[in-house]
Design a protein around this ligand. Structure first.
Ligand SMILES: Nc1nc2c(c(=O)[nH]1)N[C@H]1C(S)=C(S)[C@@H](COP(=O)(O)OP(=O)(O)OC[C@H]3O[C@@H](n4cnc5c(N)ncnc54)[C@H](O)[C@@H]3O)O[C@H]1N2
Ligand code: MOO
Length: 429
């Protein structure tokens, strides 16, 4: 890739670097203080305690099959042609609480998960028998201990089962329930309030008058915040009216850990977000021009006495999306307590499959799709033009190619860095 050290016609000094703005966003947030949440509410949250097994699992020896509990010497020699007959003296369903003892020369009918009676050495599955109720014919000899699930064979009491820092997936939730936990200490999901601004912006579903367009950003950002693990609330669209916007923001603070706005942050006469949050009031928001394409006009800071973090994203939908990915997503992950590289956004090297230009003063994020070439190498190609209003290409993009500052053009075959917009497919792991 040709690099340019002098960047003609660009006053680099006026642009904040991507890294500096991302850091400013990160500095506004902290991991949320841990809470005891009901298990049903904990999916996707990061565990804030080491979870130790309070008891052995299984808690008691139990049957792994529906069948008959036997002593081995009582079924010796059993075969298809020489079944052994035993009286069935007990019927043990799962959940039976009283202690049953198997006496010699008898059997107990037993169900999967039921406590194995004292003295039993194996369970004969019903399929090996005539399924008798008061007397049973057994046609095969089980091996010692067969189909008995031993107490503690899963885990002993006092064993560390889940470590603090684990992001709770459904399988973790199941294990916590199996350990008897009704509540668990986690970092809660940040509550993210999403406000779209713009007098021209109307609700999807509503008819459009001339000059209007539907609210893509409100839905996009709410979904993006939810995908990271936040609880997102979409406040409808607020017109470019300073009083109205100030009132909406004020109202929302009671339920917000973070506020996201879109629109109204560039240089226009009706850029209300910038007007309201640059003016007097209980807020401290800085507006910067960031060296990123798309997404140059950005703001971040705090709202209200409580200092609720706010990220003000530009109005063009692709700019809003890229801004979320580059600046907001890392901040929300920090609030969630997620550490290290983002597993849902792997960074990989790929070969450019086409030529395109890049503004050398900016870090460029190109909507692209990746494929494999005949040699199995990752190849990426833009899926739309660079315009940040070109929203439909987003649906075709499977990655964002990151072209660094100083690069004016990408040529086919150049090695480029990509952020995949989802986890790597299994065949690529
Ligand atoms: N003189 C200048 N003009 C612009 C500059 C600049 O530096 N100087 N920056 C441009 C860039 S880059 C961007 S990005 C946009 C950002 O503008 P705003 O954040 O002020 O956004 P708006 O002007 O309100 O809207 C921009 C564009 O996006 C559409 N929009 C807004 N909200 C939504 C929504 N919720 N869903 C769908 N589309 C939305 C809006 O109708 C406009 O077309 O400014 C450039 N201008
Ligand atoms: O920087 Mo704006 O976000 O390109 O359209």
């Amino acid at each position: 890739m040709p690099r340019r050290d002098n960047l003609p016609g660009v006053s680099v000094e006026t642009l904040t670097t991507v890294a500096a703005h991302r850091q400013a966003c990160l500095d506004l947030v902290r991991p949320l203080p841990p809470l005891d949440l009901a298990l049903r509410d904990a999916l996707g949250c990061v565990l804030a305690e080491d979870v130790v097994s309070p008891r052995a699992l299984p808690a008691f020896d139990n049957s792994g099959m529906d069948g008959y509990a036997v002593r081995l010497r009582d079924v010796e020699g059993a075969g298809e042609d020489a079944p052994v007959g035993l009286p069935v003296v007990s019927d043990i369903a799962a959940g039976r609480a009283d202690a049953v003892r198997l006496t010699g020369g008898t059997t107990a009918r037993i169900m999967t998960g039921a406590p194995v009676p004292a003295g039993a050495e194996a369970v004969v599955p019903v399929e090996w028998t005539d399924r008798g109720v008061s007397h049973v014919l057994i046609r095969r000899v089980p091996s010692p201990g067969q189909h008995i699930r031993r107490a503690g064979e899963d885990v002993d009491a006092g064993t560390l089962v889940l470590e603090a820092g684990t992001r709770l997936a459904p399988r973790h939730i199941g294990v916590l329930a199996a350990l008897g936990r009704a509540r668990v200490r986690v970092r809660p999901r940040p509550r993210v309030v999403v406000v779209s601004t713009g007098t021209e912006v109307v609700e999807p579903g509503a008819a459009l008058a001339r000059g209007q367009l539907h609210d893509a950003n409100g839905y996009l950002l709410t979904a993006a915040a939810e995908e990271v693990g936040a609880l997102a609330y979409r406040v409808g669209v607020v017109a470019d009216d300073a009083r109205e916007l100030a009132a909406v923001l004020d109202d929302q603070l009671v339920r917000a850990d973070v506020v996201l706005t879109s629109g109204g942050v560039s240089e226009g006469a009706y850029d209300t977000v910038k007007e309201v949050l640059s003016g007097p009031g209980a807020h401290a928001v800085r507006f910067d021009r960031v060296a990123v394409q798309p997404g140059m006009p950005q703001g971040c800071g705090t709202l209200g006495e409580a200092g609720v973090p706010v990220f003000t994203l530009p109005g063009n939908p692709v700019s809003a999306f890229v801004s979320f990915e580059v600046f907001v997503r890392p901040a929300l992950r920090r609030m969630l307590g997620a550490e290290g590289p983002d597993p849902e956004r792997p960074r990989v090297r790929a070969l450019a499959g086409a030529a395109w230009t890049s503004p050398p003063a900016k870090e460029q994020y190109v909507r692209a799709a990746w494929t494999r070439d005949a040699q199995g190498r990752l190849v990426v190609e833009p899926v739309s033009g660079h315009g940040s209003h070109l929203v439909t290409g987003l649906a075709r993009a499977t990655c964002l190619v990151v072209v660094p500052v100083g690069v004016a053009a990408v040529e086919p075959g150049d090695e480029v860095e990509c952020v995949l917009l989802g986890p790597l497919p299994v065949e690529d792991l």
